[in-house]
Unconditional design. Sequence first.
Length: 170
Amino acid sequence: MNRIHECSVFIILALALPGSASALSTDRDQPINLEADEAELDQTEGVSTYVGNVVVTQGSMKVESDRMVVHLEDGEIDRIEATGAPARFRQRPDGKDADVLGGASKMDYLAGQSMVILTGDAWVEQAGDIIRGARIEYSLTEDLVKAKKGSRESDRVRITLQPRKSDKDN
């Protein structure tokens, strides 16, 4: 179970959460760059919408989606929704040689619950270890990952773990 947990911790990297212990520690100190075909910032409602080839980078983190909606409450991020075919992310965790990759039809970050939810052909990969499911949930505060199957039998949760070299193999 420890390998699944180790493989899964990086899901939070999808949205470059400030203070994330798993991301490169220098990422949060880097500027955020955002590109899109269209942007609408409604300061009255606290909602920013970015549409068309949305690309967000910050340090080693990169998120690509067709559409991203950021909801603010009292000037702080409350919820982020990224959708695409698929929405994708990449980031390098501290102390790791391989980037974390992932994607889903929809990626949601719920700040109040400290939760990241990937839905619709969700997958996360690092160093060849892959978790796939119709829905993957990651609780930041509980350090708990839940992967769920979809309505079809073929939508079962699938985990692939690569063999690790032992110390004597090095």
